[in-house]
Ligand binder design. Structure first.
Ligand code: MG
Length: 466
């Protein structure tokens, strides 16, 4: 069976692998999977190809007798909140998240607002492969309705989660940079409702991301860092194209590492969770040890997952965890909804600053410091799997290795508390090597050592594969 869905839905380059025909067929398949008369929420990020793909997807759904409700341009978590709000059968989000503007994609949402599970995606893929789509008669064709209440529904649901009065009294100034993406309107709306003075950068929808690339990296956050300093703001945040993620800038204009922000949020969510809630935080194996340290110090436990926020969300639901997230700016607050939710993270961070009386840099200073080194290396596609098998066998006997976690790549926990993770890329002929230690030198040495080990395994594997 062909695999259409990746970690984040169906994605490709517009006009190449992502065409109106693909959107139409996906709409037909999803509609066939659902029941005639069901209702599906559709929404988009701000990309130039948004309406082309949305219209194709909706036409496919209509042809199977499924109705669509169009929320327009909205952050992915806003669309997910809308799906949950009124008994919808599913959601379809037209987005390629942080990818460059030539990309776009379609992500499916389950009735509970979470991304569809792999089982559900396989069911849709089976229908796609069969090409057997339900086609209803003229009188049963699905309808299309546009609504304009989705942004306020999303923002209000976040405002209700926090002590809005206390935030209003604090007199915050906040810089937001949605990068011309789906977060342009909702970010300003949220901050205004929280009585925050807003300094907005790149707040006009821009499907070409002319101001900056969409990925919220430290390099792409430079304008926000500068604006925080020049405006004397208390906080800055930067979002990706579909605004499901947020990265933070402290009051001194310094980028807050994603793992550190995750640790700050995790500690707070454990602190405020009901006493009978499981004291669990779910996060992928690539997340830094600072999260584990603060979670354990708060009497909780980290449950590690494979990389990808839908997996984190599923695990949180299984375990009843109050919080989960990823070090790339992905925060999942069970008290609001179990999906990546950038604006919820902003509101929660402002609330924490008020409640603790601490600035962002003071909160950062409380989190243990580690140093992370990221490297990548070429590994031919035809030996990627074999090298991983060899590394799994070899890793436990390597000097200093105390434990091995091989649920996603191979992660070696060293006896001194440092760790190294070797993971094959899902899309390129490379392995990513990440090492974390107390000093940059130790992290670099660990990464280099495992890189050499893998290079040796590649050399040993290639002749066998040939
Ligand atoms: Mg995203």
């Amino acid at each position: 069976m062909a695999k259409w869905f990746g970690t984040n839905g169906v994605r490709g380059i517009v006009g190449d692998t992502m065409t109106p025909e693909v959107a139409l067929r996906l709409g037909q398949a999803v509609g066939t999977w659902l029941q005639p008369g069901d209702r599906v929420v559709v929404g988009t990020d701000a990309r130039a190809s948004r309406d082309m793909l949305k219209n194709g997807f909706c036409a496919g759904l209509h042809s199977t007798g499924v109705h669509t409700v169009d929320v327009g341009i909205l952050p992915s978590p806003g669309i997910q909140a809308y799906v949950r709000s009124d008994g919808f059968a599913a959601g379809g989000i037209i987005t390629a998240s942080h990818n460059p503007p030539e990309y776009n994609g379609i992500k499916l949402v389950a009735p509970d607002g979470t991304e569809t599970s792999r089982d559900q995606e396989e069911a849709v893929e089976a229908i796609l492969d069969s090409g057997e789509f339900r086609a209803v008669g003229w009188s049963e064709v699905g309808s299309h309705a546009e609504v304009d209440d989705a942004a306020s529904l999303y923002v209000d649901s976040i405002v209700r989660q926090v002590d809005a009065d206390a935030i209003r009294k604090a007199g915050f100034t906040v810089v937001l940079d949605p990068g011309g993406g789906a977060g342009c309107l909702t970010g300003q709306l949220l901050l205004e409702k929280l009585g925050v003075e807003v300094v907005g950068l790149s707040c006009d929808f821009d499907g070409a991301f002319r101001d900056r690339p969409s990925e919220p990296t430290p390099e792409n956050a430079q304008a926000c860092m500068d604006a925080v300093r020049s405006h004397g703001a208390h906080l800055g945040f930067v979002q990706d194209g579909d605004a499901d993620r947020a990265v933070f800038i402290d009051e001194n204009g310094h980028f807050v590492e994603g793992d550190v922000a995750l640790a700050i949020a995790a500690r707070e969510e454990l602190h405020r969770a009901p006493p009978d809630a499981p004291r669990i935080v779910c996060t992928p194996v690539a997340t830094g040890s600072c999260v584990r340290d603060v979670v354990e110090a708060a009497g909780g436990k980290v449950v590690w997952t494979v990389v990808g926020s839908p997996v984190v969300a599923r695990r949180m639901i299984e375990l009843g965890a109050p919080f989960g997230g990823e070090g790339n700016g992905g925060f999942l607050y069970a008290r609001h909804q179990v999906c990546r939710d950038g604006l919820m993270a902003v509101a929660a961070m402002l609330e924490l600053m008020v409640a603790s009386g601490k600035s962002m840099s003071q909160l950062v200073a409380e989190i243990p410091r580690y140093h992370l080194v990221k490297d990548k290396m070429a590994v031919p596609e035809d030996v990627k799997d074999a090298v991983l098998v060899a590394l799994r066998e070899r890793a436990p006997s390597e000097a200093g290795v105390a434990d091995v976690d091989d649920r996603d790549g191979v992660k070696c926990m060293m006896a001194d508390g440092s760790w190294v993770l070797v993971r094959p890329s899902g899309t390129e002929p490379i392995y990513r090597v990440q090492a974390e230690a107390r000093t940059p030198e130790e992290a670099q040495a660990l990464a280099s050592r495992f890189r050499m080990l893998v290079e040796g395994l590649v050399r040993a594997t290639v002749p066998r594969a040939a």
